[in-house]
Design a protein around this ligand. Sequence first.
Ligand code: SF4
Ligand code: SF4
Ligand code: FES
Length: 244
Amino acid sequence: MTVTLTVLRQASPDDAPYRQTILFETDDMQMTVASMLQKINADPACTDTEGRAVTPIRWECSCLQKKCGACAMRINGRPRLACDALLSEFRRGRILLEPLRKFPVVADLTVDRSILMQNLMRMQIWFAEDAEPDEAVRGLTYDASRCLQCGCCLEVCPNFCADGKFYGMAGLLPAARLLTALPESQKEAMQQAYRKHLYEGCGKSLACHDICPAGIPVDRLLVNANAAAVWKRRPRRRREKPDE
Ligand code: SF4
Ligand code: SF4
Ligand code: FES
């Protein structure tokens, strides 16, 4: 099979972006987009459809197992993890890779997502003292902790921009996790930060719901975090299935 791969390339933030198309030959259509990028970068003789040498394509990865979120990029227009996208998924073998658009491009498919950590630090999302998760809502706590900070949800969120005061679902989930564990006496600062940076900006469209590569039930976490931070109610207990 021949995969027609087009990559939006940009040598540095100051350079103009351009598209480069490569014909990638493989017998293994169960290969991931991440593996394809690795193979292309490992081939010093790789050329594009115009005969130009293909310099190493800059992209990020770490786990290659859908665990770290580093390889998030736009694949045929949809934010996804490159290590979770099989070549066989793409009709006629045509794949377009672009960097996430909500963050500054560093080079090629690598973007600067440091704003995510800065936002968490601004909200002071950490435990100042020992805290015990509320056992009654351990399912919610666990789901919130599965966030990869990949940024895919922010890409489709109509209300998030990197320099805005609304921090999006990537900020909401760590806050939701803290709200299930902080003792009542220590919740006030987190509730205030939540209202300012999360509740007030979220349109509740749930565009972020189906895009999350970790499959986190963001709708349930949103409802419970709003209840805890805005309406000052205890989070609702997750209904456990009989075999859970
Ligand atoms: S519900 Fe809508 S506005 Fe809120 S974080 Fe998700 S996509 Fe953004
Ligand atoms: S909520 Fe999902 S899509 Fe958003 S940053 Fe976390 S893992 Fe990524
Ligand atoms: S490399 Fe870690 S999620 Fe893809």
